[in-house]
Design a protein around this ligand. Structure first.
Ligand code: ABU
Length: 496
């Protein structure tokens, strides 16, 4: 008997057919065993590296006229998991996300199975109320006593771009209708350590990347307030309009926190919109011990905060919050689609939040973090942040003790940036020759760790410095022994 084609089974019997039910059970078993249990097992590899050419061959990506058998599709599921990087593995330190949080992972399965879009209450009643509750709670943690508004977006870059758009809309609401042509040149200010999404936003919104003025940061990576004021004055002298300052709470490489209080004073003086990109560092608001890092955040106009980073909701889960009671988000973005946002519905249509968004279809991302917060409670979330910083401090101490390792800077948050100096370079004195050679070390060690599958750690240059590793500990599954392993493994891979 030829194997059943999945497409035929669906057409003839629907999901309730015994065949399809069996397919779901088998697929869920593969997901649980391979993508959840095995992926988080420390004895397993972090990745099965293959070159793009080799992986194309292995996966047989071609799409054909006929459908494939159930067993073939199940094998494709296994292969997709096998050759994907196991970002939930305790030795994955490559990005600002990592680890498996079981409650939010289950929540994300529910989101996929329920398959709806959070634009109207009528198709997403639960998720609409969950998003509203979560936004209110986050606004409370930011400290906006008079309340605020917000929306979940597909990623922090988009959240930061909302800030640019709202700042501009507040300055000149007519832009929504008439376009950018009538305004003077607008300037956005961000630090040299700020995220690139501010430049992307300037390009996308017609402000122009050369109108993003880069404010110098100090050695620790924090924006220098006096330099910010200088740049604002320069923009004004040039006849431009300084529009918005983007401060960063937790920079991508160093994990530095800009001094929000001092920046807020300057923004007040010049009537500028102050946005805080707290995509990475917003998690510190959960911690009684570390929330001082964001001192002054209650004074800002808007905040981006990614819950898929330090707080481990599955990608993506990014909130944009705005201190506003005048429905700025709604006015700035609404297009009043008559087939979605009818005003004569049988319920309070203010629950149809989709028109505040620049998107139409929108995933119920808030549910992933809401379920996890329900399960763990605020205190546990705060303790997880505390633990991450303790682990970062442990790692920094170990780096200082070990021959051949050197810290770039003492960590302020969870980012630990360091160089590995192989024995062959240890006799060179600090200077251009060492830096040139050192620059090639991290990429080579990275290649070796990926090909072996033992570890993944990110690297980058910082200012004029050679490539260095950046380690970030997020998951509570990571132990001190894992951090020792990281340093031992880098030494093993890099000493020759
Ligand atoms: N949005 C910045 C993320 C970069 C990183 O994961 O390293």
């Amino acid at each position: 008997k030829p194997p059943a084609m999945l497409s035929t089974v669906v057409m003839n019997n629907g999901v309730n057919s015994p065949n399809l039910e069996s397919f779901f059970h088998q697929a869920m078993e593969i997901i649980l065993n391979e993508a959840v249990k095995k992926a988080t097992d420390i004895r397993e590899k972090v990745c099965e590296w293959r070159s793009p050419e080799c992986l194309k061959e292995l996966l047989d990506l071609e799409l054909r006229d006929g459908g494939e058998s159930e067993s073939m599709i199940l094998q494709r599921c296994r292969d997709a998991i096998k050759y994907s990087v196991k970002t939930t593995h305790p030795h994955f330190f490559n990005q600002l996300y990592a680890g498996m949080e079981p409650y939010s992972t289950v929540a994300s399965f529910i989101c996929e199975a329920v398959n709806t879009s959070v634009y109207t209450y009528e198709v997403a009643p639960v998720f609409t109320l969950v998003e509203d509750t979560l936004l209110r709670k986050m606004i409370e943690m930011v400290g906006w006593e008079e309340g605020g508004d917000g929306i979940f977006n597909p990623g922090g870059s988009l959240s930061n771009m909302y800030a640019v758009n709202l700042a501009r809309y507040r300055y000149c609401p007519d832009i929504k209708k008439t376009g950018i042509f009538a305004t003077k040149r607008l300037v956005i200010l961000t630090s040299q350590e700020g995220h690139y999404s501010i430049s992307k936003g300037a390009a996308l919104l017609g402000i122009g990347t050369t109108n993003v003025y880069i404010v110098p940061s100090d050695k620790s990576g924090r924006m220098i307030p006096s330099a910010l004021e200088e740049q604002i004055k320069t923009a004004k002298q040039e006849g431009a309009v300084p529009l918005m300052v983007n401060a960063t709470a937790g920079t991508t490489v160093l994990g530095a926190f800009d001094p929000i209080e001092e920046i807020a004073d300057i923004c007040k003086k010049y009537n500028l919109w102050l946005h805080v990109d707290a995509c990475w560092g917003g998690a510190a608001l959960m911690s009684k011990k570390h929330k001082h890092l964001l001192r002054g955040i209650h004074r800002v106009n808007s905040v981006s905060w990614n819950l898929h980073k330090m707080l481990m909701a599955p990608l993506q889960c990014s909130a944009f919050l705005v201190r506003d009671k005048t429905s700025l988000l709604q006015h700035c973005h609404s297009a009043q689609a008559t087939y979605l946002f009818q005003q004569d519905k049988c319920y309070d249509v203010s629950y149809d939040t989709g028109d505040k968004s620049i998107q139409c279809g929108r995933k119920p991302d808030a549910f992933k973090f809401w379920l996890m917060w329900k399960a763990l409670g605020t205190a546990e979330l705060g303790q997880r942040v505390d633990r991450s910083l303790v682990m970062a401090s442990y790692l920094a101490q170990e780096i200082k003790k070990r021959e051949g390792f050197q810290l770039l800077i003492e960590p302020e948050y969870a980012n630990v940036c360091f160089w590995y100096i192989p024995p062959s370079l240890r006799n060179l004195s600090d200077g251009p020759e060492l830096w040139k050679k050192l620059h090639t070390v991290a990429p080579l060690v990275k290649e070796r760790m990926m090909k072996k599958g033992s570890l993944m750690v990110g690297y980058q240059t910082h200012r004029d410095k050679p490539n260095c590793f950046r380690m970030v500990v997020i998951s509570p599954e990571v132990s001190n022994a894992d951090l020792d392993f990281v340093l031992d493994e880098i030494d093993n891979l890099g000493k020759n």
